[in-house]
Write a protein that binds this ligand. Structure first.
Ligand code: SF4
Ligand code: SF4
Length: 471
C-alpha cells in the first residue's frame, strides 16, 4: 500500500517549480504564520532563552580583565575561552574553521537542518523574539492580516509605531551585542559613552548594522533563509534518504480527506485540515515532501500533534523521521558517508586539541645569521651573530632575558633590551661571545635559555661556529 501512496504523492512534483513565498505573478506573498503552540515550541523557547543568554552574557565575562571570548576580525585578534589567538595562530584558526564546517556537514547529513530551527540566530531572533512581540502587539495571524488591510487609524498608527520602535531598539541592541563580540565590551562602552564626533565612523557603522537587522527582522524575514542563506542552498547535496528531517508520514496519512465529509475510500490519518500549513513561517506544505524552504522549526509537528489528539489518532503524523524510516520503517542507519565524515572530524578535532594544548604562550625561534661565519673579537674571544623571533601570545608585556645554559660565555643584545608587547611579534639580533680556548671543534652545541622575569620558559638549541681546535 505504501508504494502506491508514494507514487500518488510523487506524481505531481510541480510544487518544486515555485516558492511558497512568491505569488504566481512573481511578487512577494506575505506570510502570516499562525501562532505556534505545543511541546516542541516550548522546548525551542527554553533553548532560545539559553542561547540568547549566551549571546548577550558572554561578552560581559572577563578573565583577568580580558574578554572571555572575542572575535576581532579587523585586527585579526581572537580570544577563545580566555586564550589569545592572533595571526601567528593562522594554522589553528584555519583548522578550527575546517573542523567547524565538517561538523556542520556531518550534523546535517545525520540530523538535517536542526541547526536552522533551533540554533540559527536568524530563526531564534525572528521566531522567538520579533514574532512573539508582533503576536503580542498585533495579535494572531488573522488579526495581523486584518490590521494590514485596514485603513490607517489612530489605533493602527499606535500599534505599528510601537512595534517598529521596539523592533528598532532591539536591532540596535543586537548590533551593539555583535560589536561587543568583535571589539570587546570595554571598547563598546567607550564608543557609546564618548562624544559621537570622536567615533563618527563607529557610530555610522552601528546605525548601518542596526538598519540591516531591522530590515531583516521587520521585513526580509523568511527571504533570508530561502534566498540568501548558503547553508540552506547546500541541503540538496547534504541530505540523503537516511537523514532525519521533519517529514510527513504519507504512508500513514494518505489518502487524506476531510474528517466529516470524508471521501469514500479514505483510509489515511491526514484530515486535510491545513493546520500544518497555517503555522509554517516559510509558507510551505510539508505534506509535499522535504523542501528547500523548510527550516525545521517544528511548528507543523506541534500543529499536527494537536489535531491528532483531537481526532484521537496517534501523534507523529508529522515528525522527525528519514525518508527510509517512513517508506520502509527502517531504523536510523549509520551510512558510509556518516562514517567518513566522522573519521575526518575525529582526526581534525584530535589535531586541533593537540595544537591548542601544546601551544606555548611565547614562541621562540633562534637562528644563526645566514651567510655569516665567526668573528674574532678583542680579549681572545670569538663571536657569532644570531637572529631571534619572539611571538608573544599573551595579554601581558613581557621583558625577555637570554642566558647561555651549557657553556660559559656572554650574550650581547644588539639594540635595546627585549620587551614584548602583548600579542606582538619581535625580531632581535644578538651576539654570543665565547673564549677562544673553549673552541674544541668547529661546531659547538649551544643551549640558550629564554627567561621572563628571571623565570626560564624555553631553552633553544643551536650551534656556534668557531675556528676549530685551539693549540
Ligand atoms: S514545514 Fe514545518 S518545520 Fe518546515 S518550516 Fe514549515 S512549519 Fe517549520
Ligand atoms: S495538520 Fe496533520 S492532519 Fe492536518 S493537514 Fe497537516 S498533516 Fe494533515
Amino acid at each position: 500500500m505504501h508504494m502506491q501512496a508514494e507514487k500518488d504523492r510523487r506524481k505531481d512534483e510541480s510544487f518544486r517549480d515555485k516558492l511558497g513565498i512568491v505569488t504566481d505573478e512573481g511578487s512577494r506573498k506575505t506570510i502570516y504564520p499562525k501562532k505556534p503552540k505545543g511541546r516542541f515550541y516550548n522546548a525551542r523557547t527554553i533553548f532560545s532563552i539559553a542561547l540568547l543568554a549566551v549571546l548577550f552574557g558572554v561578552p560581559l565575562i572577563k578573565i583577568e580583565n580580558h574578554p572571555f571570548m572575542m572575535f576581532d576580525i579587523i585586527n585579526r585578534k581572537f580570544i577563545l575561552f580566555g586564550m589569545a589567538f592572533g595571526p601567528h595562530d593562522y594554522f589553528i584558526i584555519a583548522l578550527g574553521f575546517i573542523a567547524f564546517v565538517v561538523s556542520i556537514i556531518l550534523f546535517t547529513a545525520v540530523f538535517g537542518r536542526v541547526f536552522c530551527g533551533w540554533a540559527c540566530p536568524q530563526t531564534v531572533f525572528l521566531e522567538m523574539v520579533f514574532r512573539k512581540i508582533e503576536f503580542f502587539i498585533e495579535g494572531d495571524y488573522y488579526r495581523q492580516k486584518k490590521l494590514n488591510a485596514a485603513p490607517w487609524s489612530p489605533g493602527k498608527v499606535f500599534k505599528k509605531l510601537t512595534k517598529w520602535s521596539i523592533f528598532f531598539a532591539l536591532s540596535l541592541l543586537i548590533a551593539n551585542t555583535f560589536l561587543a563580540w568583535i571589539i570587546g565590551t570595554d571598547e563598546l562602552v567607550k564608543l557609546v559613552t564618548d562624544p559621537v564626533k570622536q567615533h563618527m565612523g563607529g557610530f555610522i557603522t552601528m546605525l548601518i548594522f542596526s538598519g540591516i537587522f531591522y530590515f531583516i527582522f521587520a521585513w526580509f524575514r523568511e527571504y533570508a533563509c530561502v534566498y540568501v542563506c548558503p547553508y540552506g542552498r547546500l541541503q540538496g547535496v547534504l541530505l540523503d534518504p537516511n537523514t532525519t528531517v521533519i517529514a510527513y508520514d504519507y504512508v500513514r496519512g494518505e489518502p487524506r480527506g476531510k474528517l466529516k465529509t470524508g471521501i469514500e475510500d479514505k483510509k489515511g490519518d491526514c484530515i486535510d485540515c491545513n493546520a500544518c500549513v497555517a503555522v509554517c513561517p516559510t509558507g510551505i506544505d510539508i505534506r509535499e515532501g522535504t523542501q528547500l524552504e523548510c527550516v525545521n522549526c517544528t511548528a507543523c509537528i506541534d500543529a499536527c500533534d494537536d489535531i491528532m489528539d483531537k481526532v484521537k489518532r496517534p501523534r507523529g503524523l508529522i515528525r522527525f523521521a528519514s525518508e527510509n524510516n517512513i517508506k520502509d520503517k527502517t531504523k536510523f542507519k549509520i551510512t558510509g558517508r556518516v562514517i567518513g565524515y566522522t573519521a575526518v572530524l575525529t582526526i581534525l578535532t584530535a589535531v586541533l586539541v593537540f595544537l591548542v594544548l601544546s601551544r606555548k604562550p611565547i614562541d621562540v625561534t633562534i637562528l644563526r645569521a645566514p651567510g655569516m661565519i665567526f668573528q674574532e673579537q678583542p680579549d681572545n674571544k670569538i663571536s657569532n651573530l644570531y637572529t631571534m623571533k619572539l611571538t608573544n601570545k599573551t595579554f601581558e608585556e613581557v621583558p625577555v632575558q637570554l642566558k647561555l645554559e651549557n657553556i660559559d660565555g656572554e650574550i650581547k643584545i644588539i639594540g635595546n633590551d627585549i620587551r614584548l608587547n602583548p600579542s606582538d611579534v619581535n625580531e632581535t639580533k644578538f651576539l654570543v661571545l665565547l673564549p677562544k680556548e673553549k673552541m674544541t671543534k668547529m661546531n659547538t652545541p649551544l643551549e640558550i635559555g629564554v627567561y621572563k622575569n628571571g623565570e626560564r620558559f624555553d631553552v633553544y638549541k643551536t650551534t656556534f661556529l668557531g675556528p676549530g681546535v685551539q693549540k
